[in-house]
Design a protein around this ligand. Structure first.
Ligand SMILES: Cc1ncc(COP(=O)(O)O)c(C=O)c1O
Length: 320
Protein backbone atom coordinates (compact mmCIF):
# COMPACT_ATOMS: atom_id res chain seq x y z
CA UNK A 1 0.00 0.00 0.00
CA UNK A 2 1.38 3.41 -1.02
CA UNK A 3 2.14 5.73 1.94
CA UNK A 4 -0.53 8.36 2.61
CA UNK A 5 0.24 11.88 1.41
CA UNK A 6 -0.40 14.99 3.52
CA UNK A 7 -3.22 15.97 1.14
CA UNK A 8 -4.89 12.55 1.46
CA UNK A 9 -4.76 12.68 5.24
CA UNK A 10 -6.04 16.27 5.37
CA UNK A 11 -8.93 15.37 3.08
CA UNK A 12 -9.76 12.28 5.18
CA UNK A 13 -9.64 14.32 8.38
CA UNK A 14 -12.02 16.91 6.88
CA UNK A 15 -14.47 14.13 5.90
CA UNK A 16 -14.26 12.36 9.28
CA UNK A 17 -14.44 15.51 11.43
CA UNK A 18 -17.51 16.71 9.52
CA UNK A 19 -19.29 13.71 11.08
CA UNK A 20 -17.62 13.32 14.49
CA UNK A 21 -15.02 14.96 16.74
CA UNK A 22 -11.66 13.28 17.45
CA UNK A 23 -11.95 10.61 20.15
CA UNK A 24 -10.02 10.90 23.42
CA UNK A 25 -7.14 8.76 24.66
CA UNK A 26 -6.98 8.44 28.42
CA UNK A 27 -4.38 7.02 30.79
CA UNK A 28 -6.62 5.15 33.23
CA UNK A 29 -4.80 4.75 36.58
CA UNK A 30 -6.34 1.41 37.50
CA UNK A 31 -5.23 -0.10 34.19
CA UNK A 32 -1.72 1.21 34.83
CA UNK A 33 -1.72 -0.35 38.28
CA UNK A 34 -3.02 -3.65 36.95
CA UNK A 35 -0.46 -3.90 34.14
CA UNK A 36 2.54 -2.31 35.90
CA UNK A 37 2.90 -0.06 32.85
CA UNK A 38 1.86 3.33 31.52
CA UNK A 39 -1.37 2.49 29.70
CA UNK A 40 -3.12 4.65 27.10
CA UNK A 41 -6.59 3.63 25.99
CA UNK A 42 -7.97 5.02 22.71
CA UNK A 43 -11.72 5.47 23.00
CA UNK A 44 -13.03 4.48 19.60
CA UNK A 45 -16.17 3.35 21.42
CA UNK A 46 -17.05 7.07 21.43
CA UNK A 47 -17.72 7.48 17.70
CA UNK A 48 -21.35 7.92 16.54
CA UNK A 49 -21.60 4.17 15.83
CA UNK A 50 -19.64 3.08 18.90
CA UNK A 51 -16.69 1.70 16.91
CA UNK A 52 -13.62 2.83 14.95
CA UNK A 53 -15.02 1.49 11.68
CA UNK A 54 -17.06 4.63 11.04
CA UNK A 55 -13.96 6.58 10.04
CA UNK A 56 -13.22 4.16 7.21
CA UNK A 57 -16.80 4.08 5.94
CA UNK A 58 -16.99 7.88 5.82
CA UNK A 59 -13.84 8.23 3.73
CA UNK A 60 -14.63 5.26 1.48
CA UNK A 61 -18.15 6.53 0.67
CA UNK A 62 -16.94 10.09 0.17
CA UNK A 63 -14.27 8.97 -2.33
CA UNK A 64 -16.72 6.67 -4.10
CA UNK A 65 -19.18 9.50 -4.65
CA UNK A 66 -16.39 11.86 -5.72
CA UNK A 67 -15.56 9.35 -8.45
CA UNK A 68 -19.25 9.39 -9.43
CA UNK A 69 -19.80 5.74 -8.42
CA UNK A 70 -22.27 3.97 -6.14
CA UNK A 71 -25.27 6.17 -6.96
CA UNK A 72 -27.60 3.18 -7.45
CA UNK A 73 -26.71 1.90 -3.99
CA UNK A 74 -24.01 0.07 -2.09
CA UNK A 75 -23.94 -3.37 -0.51
CA UNK A 76 -21.58 -4.96 1.98
CA UNK A 77 -21.26 -7.87 4.37
CA UNK A 78 -20.52 -7.47 8.06
CA UNK A 79 -20.81 -8.80 11.58
CA UNK A 80 -22.03 -5.32 12.49
CA UNK A 81 -19.62 -2.43 12.94
CA UNK A 82 -18.48 -2.20 9.31
CA UNK A 83 -22.17 -2.33 8.37
CA UNK A 84 -23.10 0.48 10.75
CA UNK A 85 -20.24 2.48 9.35
CA UNK A 86 -21.33 1.97 5.73
CA UNK A 87 -24.99 2.59 6.60
CA UNK A 88 -24.25 5.92 8.28
CA UNK A 89 -21.79 7.02 5.62
CA UNK A 90 -24.14 6.04 2.76
CA UNK A 91 -26.96 7.97 4.38
CA UNK A 92 -24.74 11.07 4.57
CA UNK A 93 -24.02 10.68 0.84
CA UNK A 94 -27.72 10.11 0.01
CA UNK A 95 -27.09 6.56 -1.22
CA UNK A 96 -29.18 3.48 -0.30
CA UNK A 97 -27.25 0.77 1.59
CA UNK A 98 -27.92 -2.97 1.78
CA UNK A 99 -26.05 -4.89 4.46
CA UNK A 100 -25.76 -8.69 4.59
CA UNK A 101 -25.19 -10.29 8.00
CA UNK A 102 -24.91 -13.95 8.98
CA UNK A 103 -27.86 -15.68 10.64
CA UNK A 104 -27.76 -15.28 14.41
CA UNK A 105 -25.86 -11.99 14.18
CA UNK A 106 -25.88 -9.50 17.10
CA UNK A 107 -29.48 -8.37 17.61
CA UNK A 108 -28.50 -4.88 18.72
CA UNK A 109 -26.01 -4.33 15.88
CA UNK A 110 -28.72 -5.42 13.42
CA UNK A 111 -31.17 -2.98 15.02
CA UNK A 112 -28.64 -0.15 14.80
CA UNK A 113 -28.00 -0.81 11.09
CA UNK A 114 -31.74 -0.76 10.38
CA UNK A 115 -32.11 2.46 12.40
CA UNK A 116 -29.42 4.00 10.20
CA UNK A 117 -31.65 3.29 7.20
CA UNK A 118 -29.92 0.19 5.82
CA UNK A 119 -31.81 -2.72 4.26
CA UNK A 120 -30.64 -5.71 6.27
CA UNK A 121 -30.38 -9.16 4.66
CA UNK A 122 -29.72 -12.09 7.01
CA UNK A 123 -27.97 -14.82 5.03
CA UNK A 124 -25.27 -17.44 5.60
CA UNK A 125 -23.80 -19.32 8.53
CA UNK A 126 -20.77 -17.06 8.88
CA UNK A 127 -19.28 -13.82 7.60
CA UNK A 128 -17.66 -15.53 4.61
CA UNK A 129 -21.01 -16.87 3.39
CA UNK A 130 -22.60 -13.45 3.91
CA UNK A 131 -19.82 -11.88 1.89
CA UNK A 132 -20.32 -14.29 -1.00
CA UNK A 133 -24.07 -13.60 -0.94
CA UNK A 134 -23.48 -9.83 -0.88
CA UNK A 135 -21.18 -10.13 -3.91
CA UNK A 136 -23.87 -12.10 -5.77
CA UNK A 137 -26.59 -9.55 -4.89
CA UNK A 138 -24.29 -6.72 -6.04
CA UNK A 139 -23.97 -8.41 -9.43
CA UNK A 140 -27.72 -9.11 -9.71
CA UNK A 141 -28.91 -5.63 -8.72
CA UNK A 142 -26.11 -3.45 -10.06
CA UNK A 143 -25.01 -2.34 -6.59
CA UNK A 144 -21.51 -1.25 -5.64
CA UNK A 145 -19.90 -3.88 -3.41
CA UNK A 146 -18.00 -2.33 -0.50
CA UNK A 147 -15.10 -4.60 0.49
CA UNK A 148 -13.97 -5.16 4.09
CA UNK A 149 -10.45 -4.08 3.23
CA UNK A 150 -9.59 -1.16 0.95
CA UNK A 151 -7.05 1.66 0.97
CA UNK A 152 -9.79 4.28 1.53
CA UNK A 153 -11.15 2.35 4.53
CA UNK A 154 -7.61 2.17 5.91
CA UNK A 155 -7.09 5.89 5.26
CA UNK A 156 -10.23 6.77 7.21
CA UNK A 157 -9.35 4.52 10.14
CA UNK A 158 -5.82 5.93 10.13
CA UNK A 159 -7.22 9.33 11.21
CA UNK A 160 -7.82 7.77 14.64
CA UNK A 161 -4.32 6.36 14.90
CA UNK A 162 -2.86 9.70 13.79
CA UNK A 163 -4.79 11.36 16.65
CA UNK A 164 -3.37 8.75 18.98
CA UNK A 165 0.27 8.94 17.85
CA UNK A 166 0.22 12.75 17.91
CA UNK A 167 -0.98 12.61 21.53
CA UNK A 168 1.22 9.72 22.78
CA UNK A 169 4.12 7.69 21.42
CA UNK A 170 3.91 4.39 23.30
CA UNK A 171 6.60 1.69 23.12
CA UNK A 172 4.06 -0.75 21.74
CA UNK A 173 0.37 -1.07 20.83
CA UNK A 174 -1.91 -4.10 20.75
CA UNK A 175 -4.37 -4.03 17.82
CA UNK A 176 -7.12 -6.60 17.15
CA UNK A 177 -7.36 -8.12 13.67
CA UNK A 178 -10.61 -9.01 11.90
CA UNK A 179 -10.10 -8.34 8.19
CA UNK A 180 -7.10 -6.15 8.93
CA UNK A 181 -8.15 -2.56 8.21
CA UNK A 182 -7.60 -1.49 11.82
CA UNK A 183 -4.07 -2.83 12.14
CA UNK A 184 -3.17 -1.69 8.61
CA UNK A 185 -4.36 1.80 9.55
CA UNK A 186 -2.20 1.69 12.67
CA UNK A 187 0.86 0.77 10.60
CA UNK A 188 0.15 3.43 7.96
CA UNK A 189 -0.38 6.06 10.69
CA UNK A 190 2.88 5.01 12.33
CA UNK A 191 4.69 5.62 9.04
CA UNK A 192 2.84 8.91 8.49
CA UNK A 193 3.64 10.30 11.96
CA UNK A 194 7.14 8.82 12.15
CA UNK A 195 6.70 7.22 15.60
CA UNK A 196 8.69 4.11 16.48
CA UNK A 197 5.92 2.21 18.30
CA UNK A 198 5.96 -1.60 17.90
CA UNK A 199 2.67 -3.07 16.64
CA UNK A 200 1.40 -6.35 18.04
CA UNK A 201 -1.62 -7.91 16.36
CA UNK A 202 -4.31 -9.73 18.33
CA UNK A 203 -6.53 -12.52 17.01
CA UNK A 204 -9.12 -14.66 18.71
CA UNK A 205 -7.79 -18.08 19.73
CA UNK A 206 -11.07 -19.30 18.18
CA UNK A 207 -10.44 -17.61 14.80
CA UNK A 208 -6.73 -17.91 14.08
CA UNK A 209 -6.59 -17.33 10.30
CA UNK A 210 -4.29 -14.29 10.59
CA UNK A 211 -2.07 -15.90 13.24
CA UNK A 212 -1.69 -19.07 11.15
CA UNK A 213 -1.07 -16.96 8.04
CA UNK A 214 1.46 -14.76 9.90
CA UNK A 215 3.39 -17.87 10.94
CA UNK A 216 3.15 -19.52 7.52
CA UNK A 217 4.01 -16.34 5.58
CA UNK A 218 1.03 -16.87 3.27
CA UNK A 219 -2.78 -16.94 3.52
CA UNK A 220 -4.17 -19.84 5.55
CA UNK A 221 -7.88 -20.23 6.36
CA UNK A 222 -9.01 -21.34 9.82
CA UNK A 223 -12.36 -22.25 11.37
CA UNK A 224 -14.21 -19.72 13.51
CA UNK A 225 -15.82 -20.58 16.82
CA UNK A 226 -15.46 -17.44 18.93
CA UNK A 227 -18.65 -16.53 20.77
CA UNK A 228 -17.48 -13.17 22.10
CA UNK A 229 -15.18 -11.58 19.53
CA UNK A 230 -17.46 -11.29 16.48
CA UNK A 231 -15.41 -8.38 15.10
CA UNK A 232 -12.44 -10.76 14.85
CA UNK A 233 -14.34 -13.74 13.41
CA UNK A 234 -12.32 -14.07 10.22
CA UNK A 235 -12.14 -17.42 8.40
CA UNK A 236 -10.34 -16.36 5.20
CA UNK A 237 -7.64 -13.66 5.39
CA UNK A 238 -7.51 -10.81 2.89
CA UNK A 239 -4.40 -11.01 0.68
CA UNK A 240 -3.62 -7.27 0.72
CA UNK A 241 -4.02 -6.83 4.45
CA UNK A 242 -1.96 -9.96 5.11
CA UNK A 243 0.88 -8.60 2.97
CA UNK A 244 0.87 -5.41 5.03
CA UNK A 245 0.68 -7.33 8.32
CA UNK A 246 3.61 -9.54 7.30
CA UNK A 247 5.66 -6.45 6.55
CA UNK A 248 4.68 -4.17 9.45
CA UNK A 249 3.58 -6.21 12.44
CA UNK A 250 6.08 -7.47 15.01
CA UNK A 251 4.07 -10.28 16.49
CA UNK A 252 0.55 -11.76 16.51
CA UNK A 253 -0.99 -12.99 19.77
CA UNK A 254 -4.09 -15.12 20.30
CA UNK A 255 -6.56 -14.46 23.14
CA UNK A 256 -9.27 -16.89 24.22
CA UNK A 257 -12.90 -15.94 24.82
CA UNK A 258 -12.25 -16.41 28.56
CA UNK A 259 -9.43 -13.88 28.40
CA UNK A 260 -11.63 -11.51 26.39
CA UNK A 261 -14.48 -11.87 28.89
CA UNK A 262 -12.10 -11.09 31.74
CA UNK A 263 -10.83 -8.01 29.86
CA UNK A 264 -14.42 -6.82 29.29
CA UNK A 265 -15.02 -7.02 33.03
CA UNK A 266 -11.73 -5.25 33.75
CA UNK A 267 -12.56 -2.43 31.33
CA UNK A 268 -15.88 -2.00 33.04
CA UNK A 269 -14.55 -1.97 36.58
CA UNK A 270 -11.38 0.05 35.83
CA UNK A 271 -12.84 2.61 33.37
CA UNK A 272 -16.62 2.06 33.43
CA UNK A 273 -16.72 1.76 29.67
CA UNK A 274 -18.60 -1.03 27.93
CA UNK A 275 -16.47 -3.04 25.48
CA UNK A 276 -17.64 -5.65 23.00
CA UNK A 277 -15.40 -8.70 22.70
CA UNK A 278 -13.14 -7.33 19.96
CA UNK A 279 -13.11 -4.02 21.83
CA UNK A 280 -11.53 -5.73 24.85
CA UNK A 281 -9.11 -7.90 22.86
CA UNK A 282 -6.15 -5.51 23.01
CA UNK A 283 -6.43 -5.32 26.80
CA UNK A 284 -6.83 -9.12 26.95
CA UNK A 285 -3.54 -9.46 25.06
CA UNK A 286 -1.79 -6.94 27.34
CA UNK A 287 -3.01 -8.81 30.43
CA UNK A 288 -1.72 -12.06 28.93
CA UNK A 289 1.67 -10.45 28.16
CA UNK A 290 1.84 -8.45 31.43
CA UNK A 291 5.28 -9.73 32.48
CA UNK A 292 6.88 -8.25 29.35
CA UNK A 293 5.26 -4.85 29.77
CA UNK A 294 6.68 -3.71 33.10
CA UNK A 295 7.64 -0.03 33.02
CA UNK A 296 6.76 0.37 29.32
CA UNK A 297 4.27 2.74 27.70
CA UNK A 298 1.49 0.62 26.20
CA UNK A 299 -1.24 1.64 23.75
CA UNK A 300 -4.59 -0.15 23.77
CA UNK A 301 -7.69 0.43 21.70
CA UNK A 302 -11.25 0.16 22.96
CA UNK A 303 -12.24 -0.14 19.33
CA UNK A 304 -15.91 -1.05 19.82
CA UNK A 305 -18.55 -1.09 22.53
CA UNK A 306 -21.41 -2.77 20.68
CA UNK A 307 -22.16 -5.83 22.75
CA UNK A 308 -25.73 -7.13 23.14
CA UNK A 309 -27.14 -6.44 26.59
CA UNK A 310 -27.89 -10.10 27.35
CA UNK A 311 -24.40 -11.21 26.41
CA UNK A 312 -22.81 -8.39 28.40
CA UNK A 313 -24.90 -9.29 31.46
CA UNK A 314 -23.60 -12.86 31.20
CA UNK A 315 -20.02 -11.67 30.83
CA UNK A 316 -20.30 -9.28 33.79
CA UNK A 317 -21.79 -12.02 35.95
CA UNK A 318 -18.88 -14.32 35.12
CA UNK A 319 -16.00 -14.83 37.53
CA UNK A 320 -13.74 -13.20 38.45
C1 LIG B 1 -14.83 -3.68 17.53
C2 LIG B 1 -13.97 -4.24 16.45
N1 LIG B 1 -12.69 -4.47 16.70
C3 LIG B 1 -11.87 -4.99 15.77
C4 LIG B 1 -12.32 -5.32 14.52
C5 LIG B 1 -11.38 -5.86 13.50
O1 LIG B 1 -11.10 -4.87 12.57
P1 LIG B 1 -10.57 -5.18 11.10
O2 LIG B 1 -11.62 -5.95 10.40
O3 LIG B 1 -10.36 -3.82 10.53
O4 LIG B 1 -9.32 -5.94 11.27
C6 LIG B 1 -13.66 -5.11 14.20
C7 LIG B 1 -14.17 -5.45 12.89
O5 LIG B 1 -15.33 -5.36 12.60
C8 LIG B 1 -14.51 -4.56 15.18
O6 LIG B 1 -15.80 -4.33 14.93
Amino acid sequence: MQPFTDAEVENAQAVVYAAMPPTPQYAWPLLAQRLGAEVWLKHENHTPVGAFKLRGGLVYMHQLRRRGLGGAGVISATRGNHGQSIALAARREGVPATIVVPLGNSVEKNAAMRALGATLVEHGQDFQQSREHAAALAEQHGLHFVPSFHRDLVLGVATGWIEFFRAVQPDLVFVPIGQGSGIAACAMARAFTGVKTRILGVVSAHATAYLDSFRAGHAVSAPVSTVLADGMACRVPDADSLALILREVDEVIAVSDDEVAHAMRVLFSDTHNVAEGAGAASLAAALQQRDRLQGQAVGLTLCGGNVDRELFAKVLAGAP
